[in-house]
Design a protein around this ligand. Structure first.
Ligand code: SLL
Length: 287
């Protein structure tokens, strides 16, 4: 691939948040029956995805995702193009259909076993970036840091393994920099120059780092939501809670080190006393 025209924007780093991972559900007779034709040894339906935080658009920087599934799965290399999704959205959504546009690169599957999925990201050609690979372990069975977390997943009916990630573009090429940075706007607002009537429409462009009404993130921004909501676990709130957990863990480690140091000191004193009395006894015998 020819390198993009133009210069790199020196000293600039742009990042875009995204989420990838899997969601799995056990087959059951009530709300997740095994579809006709699915082999009897398949126990779960699952999906693997790459998408924007709060389902914001990522197709402007991520053009293709290749999911490499386990080789036991027919046609285990799945390539999804943003272009294809965009076209499908144009024909199948909006108007009377009421169907929501597809915002994620996603593969839906069924199976019986967990394995590692290789996720290869291909960027917009103007970025000049080489593809990058992520690895994700497909989880089918409830798990957690403790029994309560595991139980919550069991009762929730979905085994969720999602990861928040930030894509960093270091010193992007000028043209790609423009793509990345122009057009930040409220979610749902028309893209500047894309179908909006009248001139004022593009004025919805925001570049500030604050979130919009209700803590919503804006399209084409690096924002993450202020608060956590159903299906959207990655937010400033989650980040704060995680930082708090880390601070508490750090404090606990300090306390453990202090009490260990104290115990070592006490043992050393005991050893010194024992040595002294040993020495005294030895001297006594020798004498
Ligand atoms: C395991 N090492 O033993 C893993 C392998 C393979 C999972 C898991 C097949 C699905 C299909 C399927 O679920 N493979 O036949 O389409 O747990």
């Amino acid at each position: 691939m020819a390198p993009p025209a133009g210069k790199r924007v020196k000293g600039v780093q742009i990042f875009r948040p995204f989420v990838y991972g899997t969601t799995a559900r056990l087959f059951n007779d009530t709300d997740n029956p095994r579809p006709v034709g699915v082999p009897l040894d398949h126990t779960h339906s699952w999906q693997v995805f790459v998408k924007g935080v709060e389902d914001t658009d990522i197709f402007y920087w991520l053009r293709r995702v290749q999911f490499k599934l386990h080789e036991s799965i027919p046609n285990h290399l799945r390539t999804i193009d943003a272009e294809t999704i965009i076209k499908e959205n144009e024909t199948s959504t909006g108007g009377k259909s009421g169907k929501k546009p597809q915002k994620a690169f996603v593969v839906n599957e069924t199976g019986w076993g967990e394995f590692e999925i290789t996720i290869k990201l291909y960027y917009d050609s103007k970025s000049g970036e080489k593809p990058q690979t992520l690895y994700h372990h497909l989880r089918l069975h409830p798990y957690g840091r403790n029994e309560a977390e595991k139980e919550a997943m069991r009762t929730g009916g979905e085994v969720i393994a999602w990861t928040y990630e930030e894509q960093v573009f270091n010193e992007p090429f000028e043209e790609f920099y423009k793509i990345l940075t122009s057009g930040a706007r409220d979610k749902g607002a028309p893209a500047p120059g894309a179908g909006g009537k009248g001139k004022g429409k593009g004025k919805n462009a925001f570049t500030s780092a604050t979130t919009g009404k209700d803590g919503d993130v804006k399209e084409r921004s690096a924002m993450i939501p202020l608060t956590t909501r159903p299906g959207q676990p990655f937010s400033r709130e989650t980040e704060e809670a995680e930082l708090k957990r880390l601070r508490e863990a750090e404090e606990k480690v300090h306390q453990m080190i202090a009490s260990l140091n104290q115990a070592v000191k006490a043992k050393e004193e005991e050893l010194a006393t024992l040595k002294a009395s040993n020495k005294a006894a030895a001297t006594g015998t020798a004498a």
